[in-house]
Design a protein around this ligand. Structure first.
Ligand SMILES: Cc1cc2nc3c(=O)[nH]c(=O)nc-3n(C[C@H](O)[C@H](O)[C@H](O)COP(=O)(O)O)c2cc1C
Length: 128
């Protein structure tokens, strides 16, 4: 298991819950032989030749009792715009730092508080 990887992927359709939580993510196909440790990471995202800072979730989604593993990124800048563009683009992601393990939160509100902190931590790491 690794916590530093660089990989290519493409977008898949998620459950659509991210938008409701205020963090619309791009859900990604998990590459073959992917061996990243489950967790939340600060990442760089390349869409074609452009590079954006992001926060990545890899693992189950225990807060919503989902055992299926998802790989998703939240783009820290221009999230709405990028979600639309990304349909056609090839996506490359490089992990920079693992921020924490995936956790089960008692409420969606508690998860939102934590995601807000994750995004702030990723932003500080990547754009300072
Ligand atoms: C930065 C970040 C951190 C996350 N941390 C957790 C977590 O600790 N526990 C969890 O159950 N889900 C976590 N998630 C996943 C969200 O629950 C997920 O994005 C949301 O349910 C939307 O999923 P969907 O796009 O499939 O609709 C995280 C997502 C992001 C972007």
């Amino acid at each position: 298991m690794q916590n530093q990887v660089k990989f290519q992927s493409r977008k898949v359709t998620g459950d659509g819950r991210g938008k409701l939580l205020g963090f619309p993510t791009i859900n990604l196909i998990i590459p073959d032989q992917f061996n990243l440790e489950y967790g939340i990471y600060a990442v760089w995202i390349w869409l074609d030749a452009e590079k954006y800072p992001g926060a990545l979730h890899y693992g189950p989604v225990p807060t919503f009792d989902k055992v299926t593993v998802t790989l998703e990124v939240f783009v820290l800048t221009e999230a709405e715009l990028l979600n639309e563009r990304v349909v056609a683009a090839a996506i490359t992601i490089e992990t920079v730092k693992k921020l924490r393990d995936v956790k089960k939160f008692d409420t969606a509100e508690a998860l939102i508080v934590q995601m807000t902190a994750d995004v702030a931590a990723a932003r500080q790491l990547l754009t300072q």
